[in-house]
Design a protein around this ligand. Structure first.
Ligand code: FES
Length: 117
């Protein structure tokens, strides 16, 4: 595992279709499991700071619990406002022992776009 990846959970910590707030260094991250894969976004919504892991997961979209913005967990791209930008994401890797690791935040948002484009 690259040195800049941080172990944040085990595969068994998160059931399919669920989310969990985890810490990676000083950053709070929303970890989601969809179709057996893990995805990571900045925990606090880019609109007004809602805790995304407390919201709902609808397929590949996380729904902010405060005002309903929707972000694709794969890209961070916003599909429904009121947020004005996408949500930062993190690369996720799973090792042979079932450890879930998060790498450095991806950056570069524009209006309604993904941070990863
Ligand atoms: S804080 Fe997330 S939509 Fe307002």
């Amino acid at each position: 595992m690259p040195v800049n990846f941080t172990r944040v959970a085990s595969v068994d910590d998160l059931a399919e279709g669920r989310m969990k707030s985890v810490k990676a260094g000083f950053e709070q991250v929303c970890l989601a499991r969809v179709e057996g894969r893990f995805y990571a976004l900045e925990e606090f919504c880019s609109h007004a700071g809602g805790a995304l892991s407390s919201g709902a997961l609808d397929g590949y979209e996380v729904v902010c619990p405060l005002h309903g913005a929707r972000f694709d967990v794969r890209t961070g791209k916003q599909s429904v406002g009121p947020s004005m930008t996408g949500q930062p994401t993190y690369p996720v890797r799973v090792d042979d022992d079932g450890g879930v690791f998060i790498g450095p935040m991806r950056g570069g948002a524009t209006l309604g776009a993904s941070f990863n484009e």
